[in-house]
Design a protein around this ligand. Structure first.
Ligand SMILES: [Zn+2]
Ligand SMILES: [Zn+2]
Length: 351
């Protein structure tokens, strides 16, 4: 074991503060990574505040991790010391169930082992995430990180990026299609970038006039103000695919009505309460209403390679770890364009 430094919450009503803890030494298949950047995801806040009622304290979040390899186990083949490396939402899965064998570890039938608030299988206790100076992960769950991109902007690709990339790929979004992205936050801004990069005619739905210009800059061909019924009606039954990234309560049937026959709406924002769906909207046009969870390791690698080839990163505001509690409050007010990334070198200032 070796000692690490990080920021953790000690209870649901605690803010995050300096925390030191042990990590396992790298085993034969493990990689030790010095963490350079970690993106800040809404899940981090939910977990730190026990909003999903399953948090084990101390809770050390962070699953958008970019760093540099400092040590490799004897059987590691894909990484060497000094390489860039990424870790997303998973650090392991059963590897034997049907989903794992298909490379869909996120749907592991035994449940994947999450990067934080999971089970540390070697030294016991809980897994601790990326708000720390180092992490040790089996190489099967480590991503190669392209060196040509801004690393602070790459970090959010590991959760926000793959969460939007995977459903767009699964439903074969591409040129000649009309695709909608609902909401312009951490997820939505990546959805707009990917749908545009895949060649689709991309339409952003937002409630906020102030986001029209930015939506177009990010790649939207059109921006619809969703609270305006006549603007919505003008797009009835015209979309091949809609990706809904909104986690707040909203009326989903208004978007289902915008799909063509056989069109699909995939929900990736996760509202707390059940939503009601106008079933006639589905029946009369054979529309699909679907969900999607992050992506498998192979697809996450494909997404990073795609981003390297197309020069895609998240738009980030880089913060020191000491601002994490303030960042959570701002995130709740959607006061960030469009993701916070922690510069982990700031950790050295908290001795
Ligand atoms: Zn996340
Ligand atoms: Zn499995």
């Amino acid at each position: 074991m070796f000692v690490c430094a990080g920021f953790a919450a000690q209870s649901a009503d605690d803010t995050l503060g300096p925390f030191s803890f042990n990590r396992r030494d790298p085993g034969p298949k493990d990689i030790q990574i010095e963490i350079l950047y970690c993106g800040v995801c809404h899940s981090d806040l939910h977990q730190a505040r026990n909003e999903w009622h399953n948090t084990v304290y101390p809770c050390l979040p962070g699953h958008e991790i970019i760093g540099r390899v400092t040590k490799t186990g004897a059987e590691v083949t894909r990484f060497k010391q000094g390489d860039l490396a990424g870790v997303g939402c998973m650090v392991d899965s059963c590897r034997t169930c049907a989903s794992c064998r298909e490379g869909l570890e996120q749907y592991c039938e035994k449940g994947f082992n999450p990067t934080y608030n999971g089970k540390e299988t070697v030294i016991g206790g809980t897994t601790f995430g990326g708000y720390s100076n180092a992490i040790v992960v089996d190489e099967a769950f480590v991503l190669r990180v392209p060196g040509n991109l801004d690393l602070a902007g790459v970090a959010p690709l590991l959760c926000a990026g793959i969460t939007t990339y995977s459903p767009l790929r699964h439903w074969k979004v591409g040129a000649g299609q009309k695709v909608g992205i609902v909401g312009l936050g951490g997820l939505g801004h990546m959805g707009v970038k990917f749908a545009h990069a895949f060649g689709a005619h991309t339409v952003l739905f937002t409630t906020s006039e102030s986001k029209v210009k930015d939506g177009k800059r990010l790649g939207a061909d059109e921006v619809v103000i969703s609270k305006n019924p006549s603007e919505m009606a003008a797009h009835a039954s015209s979309f091949d695919f809609i990706l809904d990234t909104v986690a707040g309560p909203h009326e989903i049937s208004r978007y289902l009505d915008l799909l063509k026959r056989d069109g699909t709406l995939t929900q990736v924002g996760a509202p707390e309460k059940p939503m009601s769906v106008e079933i006639f909207s589905l029946i009369f046009k054979r529309r699909n209403f679907a969900g999607s969870l992050i992506g498998g390791i192979a697809e996450t690698q494909e997404m990073l390679d795609f981003c390297a080839a197309h020069n895609i990163t998240a738009d980030v505001e880089v913060i020191p770890i000491q601002k994490i509690n303030e960042a959570y409050e701002r995130m709740l007010r959607s006061d960030v364009k469009y993701r916070f990334t922690i510069d982990m070198s700031s950790l050295k200032q908290t001795a």
